[in-house]
Design a protein around this ligand. Sequence first.
Ligand code: C2E
Ligand code: MG
Ligand code: MG
Length: 739
Amino acid sequence: MWWLAAGVVATAVHFVLPEGGLAGSVVYDLIGLATAVGILLALRLHRPERPAMWRWFAAGQITFVIGDVIYGYYEQVLDKSPYPSPADVFYLASYPMLVMGLLLLVRRRRSGSGDLIDAAIVATGIGLVFWLFVLQPVAADAGVSALERVTTVAYPAADTLLIALLARLFTSGGARSPSARLLVAGAVLMLAADTAFAVLPLYTSASLHLADPIFLLSYVLWSAAALHPSMAGERGGGARGAATVGPSRLLLFGACSLLAPALLFVPGIGGSPIGRFSVAVGAGALILLVIARMSGFVFEVRRQSAELTRAAMQDELTGLASRRCLEDTLRDALAGGGRPQIALLGLNGFKNVNDELGRPVGDRLLTSLATRLRAVAPDDALIARIGGDEFAVLLVSSSAEEARTVASTLAHTLSAPVAVGGHELYVGVAIGLAGGAGVTPVELLRQAESAMYAAKQTGEPVRRWSPTLDERAGEFVRLGAEIRAALDSGQFRVVYQPIVDLPSGRVAAVEALVRWEHPTRGLVSPAAFIPVAERNGLIVELGEWILRTACHRLAAWRASLGAGAPDRVSVNVSARQLARPHFAATVAAALADSGLPASCLAVEVTETAVFEGGQAVVALHELRALGVRIALDDFGTGHSSLGLLQTVPVDILKVDKSFVDDVTEAGRHTVIAEALYQVSSGLGLVAVAEGVETAAQAEALHRIGYRYLQGFHFGRPVADPDFALTTVIATAEPQEARA
Ligand code: C2E
Ligand code: MG
Ligand code: MG
């Protein structure tokens, strides 16, 4: 800034000094010299990444200043001002150096062929004006010597080169540093000064010294550009796509193209043959350039649209085909009269991987599964990723049996553990199969999807679609919609089944079980609607309502019955509820609202809800911290019952009915019922035997050691159990008799 200010003041001083005087000449040369020194100083000061460009500028400037000094010597000492003079040799010699510097600056900007053409358009437009108003008149000026004519033409010719370079610099866009801006401003002023120098004598009688301040200012700007700190990293700005054409650029094209015809209206040009000829050539060149540029756009647009199509046909992450590609291929196969088979693969528990280990791990899991799919699928199969965790394999020319074989192989391959980022991940897969002719691609995909969901539900790896599946699915959808209405109109009830304490027969706890009193269907079993509510998410709302109802109910019993009330109410909680963040907070709120102590509540969870770990287990730990008991329901029927006991906080084991059913007969089930009791007592857990239907079963269980039993034998789930009556039991007696 200081340099610039000083330069401007010095220029002003030169301007007011008498024209042609010694002082003015000295000031002029001093400014030129300071500029050259400034650039050299800047090179040492800022140590630019690529000094070559600046060295050229410095060389150019020094050469120019030598020209100035020689000119000054002629004018002041020899008292004559020849034109052309030896000074012009230096002046002209400096241009190639400036051009070299600018060329290096332009070269650093990454630009496409489009930018080159843009620059050519601008350069042609301005060049035409230059030719018509400067070059051609000077060249045609018969009143001067040949040497003078050549010299006079040489300046604007060099300037035209500068114009082309500047146009290139402008059209290549990108971020420009202050240093580059100053440089460009300097070059523009230099151009203006040269033009003024050439044009003034042609059209006016004004003194040539009018151009001096412009020359001086251009010097100052060059050196200011060098001295600006941003010169160190002037790399020519960022890269930019060649296809971007903003309104300003279109305006520029339009202006340059219309320039030529507009020139015809300038008196002296439209009238002279050489003028008309020049305009014709210039206009022709401009039109060709614009056509080249436009065809470049067309090409670019085509290339981009091809790129978009390719992107739409491919899954970015895995490189497999996209859903659209699958649908297109399926459509072609069906239209060709084929009987394509489609296998839709849905991963189980992928969401947990994403949630717990993060998306990068999830992505790597997907890519390695995709690799496996590619490896085992038949060569002619189309493999696509059609959703976050859904893949599809399309077999265009396979029979239904072959498709099933392929699906089984796929299921087997995908279920092997995947090592990703130090984790051994097990993701199960459910595969839905559909195939045949005479259906739309959308319908076939829907069938495969419906079969896949059915497979997910039953836990089998592969399932083929059949019309009955749809009936069931239709029922599902209907039920789902009705649950919403039932919640709003209060069709749900909670019933309570006693859990009795042996040998006293006291009702130690109750299990809350939901009932749906459907206005037309009658009583709908939870086994029928809980899975539906789990799938459409309504279980969250329904579950919270059940929880609150049960808490209030026990609180009321405690208030009215005192010690006669059961110690605890056990509420079933499904996986989806547990997986929600803040489930523990929901429970805490229900307890607070009802005034029930946390120790009076147990939540029953199934092994499948917690065996994948994650948020569900976090929730259990939080519940435990509240003081709520945790019961593992249907214990022994899940995947990894015993393993779970190490990872999941548990207080109560509810031994499944299937082990209770045959407990009276000697054999496997008795052994398991015994073993499960041993495990629970060994771990300090409470064992509850479920589904006790006969006195004999109760007796056998009691003999094994079970103290808590639940089942129709002691009482069915009802809205208002009679806690006094259920104490009548027949276990203690036969045991004693036998003893
Ligand atoms: P569960 O939690 O294992 O509940 C025990 C089921 O066994 C209940 O069936 C109960 O009526 C039945 N049961 C009890 N004693 C006997 C017996 O001696 N013999 C026979 N055959 N069955 C007996 P329910 O009420 O139909 O519930 C079925 C399942 O539905 C429950 O199994 C539970 O998983 C689910 N469920 C019920 N209520 C709810 C609830 O409020 N929330 C959630 N999330 N699930 C619930
Ligand atoms: Mg239960
Ligand atoms: Mg159970």
